[in-house]
Design a protein around this ligand. Structure first.
Ligand SMILES: [Zn+2]
Length: 145
């Protein structure tokens, strides 16, 4: 399960609208307890992929920055998000191939004609690269107290 505040959830979706028709991408920072990941903040990243219409690569500098921010705040990277311009919010073979953080959430928002539509989250399950899989999980919108 992915717990996220309505404002962070909206921030991810707005990001996909702003970069349309290109894919946006970002990092989710927070805490993990059992199978629940709780998002504390959303970090927008630059998509440095050479084909940003259909793919994303998080800028390595952004990833390093997010790791530093998480460490300083005593939390972890709990997930990643990106958008699918004019495509469903389901993962692609490339998404699975590029997903390496076992136990993290991978959130996808479909953006139809510049407007955020469905948002879905998948947890990267398995133990190794060889048996990893993306399994849909529930998104729970909850204001952080
Ligand atoms: Zn994708």
């Amino acid at each position: 399960m992915l717990k996220i505040s309505p404002s962070d959830y909206d921030a991810m979706r707005r990001h996909g609208e702003q970069t349309y028709p290109l894919e946006c991408c970002g990092i989710l920072i927070g805490t993990v307890e059992g199978d629940t990941r709780t998002v504390h903040s959303v970090v927008r990243c630059n998509n440095v992929c050479s084909a940003p219409q259909t793919r994303y690569d998080i800028d390595p500098c952004d990833l390093i920055g997010a790791q530093r921010e998480a460490r300083e705040r005593g939390v972890d990277i709990v997930g990643f998000y990106h958008s699918h311009p004019d495509h469903t919010a389901s993962w692609s073979p490339t998404d699975l191939e590029q997903a390496h953080w076992i136990g993290c959430s991978y959130v996808i928002t479909s953006v139809d004609n510049g407007k955020a539509a469905q948002t879905a989250s998948f947890v990267l399950s398995g133990k190794l690269e060889e048996d990893k899989e993306l399994v849909e999980e529930r998104i729970v919108l909850e204001k952080r107290s």
